[in-house]
Design a binder for this molecule. Structure first.
Ligand code: ADP
Length: 254
């Protein structure tokens, strides 16, 4: 049951933009080895909260631990090395790279390495081979191996989501944060994506995801955190939270 064994414990996190408070989280815990959905209306602060936890943005105030270690002020690349990674929607630049190159860019610390292969010592080449093998394993697992050499930009919406997820796994994370994993995915791939997310949990990972589709939340989440106007306004099991008329009416749009 969630709460017993939190992987993240956060207190007093605020982030303002100008005079506007985007995040104002008093206290929240993310249960370990579980799937937690972060839901709430547009502008609630969900993305900003993701950015803060992963070191891509800095709060005005606040502190939080990941796996018991203080993580305030730790930069994003070190956060990733500690085992907390977030997915990013594929940008235009990444569209112009092949699927396999996108995977290699997901590996910790070594962006661009593949392009320097001819210049680098053999130890680096061994590392590159190891990473390539790992990338190929993941592509196979996510059924993207046939697309290995294609431009990422040529993938379907669902395949892009699979690639975003596969790429995040290049760094062997302990916690994966997924930004709207179902957005733009056609129904044929939905079940497959849900299966992959459930499999992450079975492999011992913690998953935190932002999602607007409440059917998806009910289907895979063990725990739900509702944000509105920067605050955590409700949390609990999917049934408790999503069947609470006050929550539905106020925040989820009945
Ligand atoms: P959500 O992901 O829940 O839709 P966001 O975290 O994206 O919400 O945004 C929360 C609020 O903070 C929004 O009102 C948004 O306009 C504002 N905001 C987010 N990032 C910035 C920024 N870099 N500059 C100014 N305002 C921002």
């Amino acid at each position: 049951v969630p709460k017993k064994n939190p992987i993240v414990v956060a207190d007093g996190i605020t982030r303002t933009f100008g005079g506007f408070t985007a995040v104002n989280v008093d206290h929240v815990e993310i249960p370990a080895n579980a799937i937690t959905a972060l839901i709430g209306p547009n502008g609630a602060g969900k993305t900003t909260f993701f950015n803060l936890l992963t070191g891509f943005d800095k709060p005005n105030e606040g502190r939080w631990t990941f796996l018991g270690e203080q993580q305030y002020g730790v930069p994003a690349h070190k956060v990733a090395r500690r085992g907390m990674v977030r997915t990013f929607q594929l940008t235009k630049a990444l569209n112009l790279l092949s699927v396999i190159d996108n995977m290699l860019l997901g590996a910790p610390q070594r962006p661009g390495e593949r392009f320097l292969t001819s210049l680098i010592p053999s130890t680096w080449r061994a590392r590159e081979e190891e990473l390539t093998a790992k990338a190929d394993d993941l592509l196979k697992k996510f059924k993207l191996d046939a697309k290995r050499e294609d431009f990422a930009g040529a993938l379907s919406g669902g395949q892009r989501k699979l690639l975003e997820m596969a790429r995040a796994l290049m760094s062997d994370p302990k916690m994966v944060m997924l930004d709207e994993p179902m957005a733009g995915v056609n129904p044929a791939l939905t079940q497959s994506l849900l299966g992959h997310i459930l499999a992450l949990k079975e492999e011992g990972m913690t998953v935190l995801f932002v999602e607007h589709d409440m059917h998806v939340v009910r289907e895979i989440a063990d725990w739900v955190i509702v944000m509105a106007e920067g605050k955590v306004v409700a949390e609990g099991s999917p049934d408790t939270v999503m069947d609470d008329p006050a929550v539905v009416e106020a925040y989820l749009g009945a």
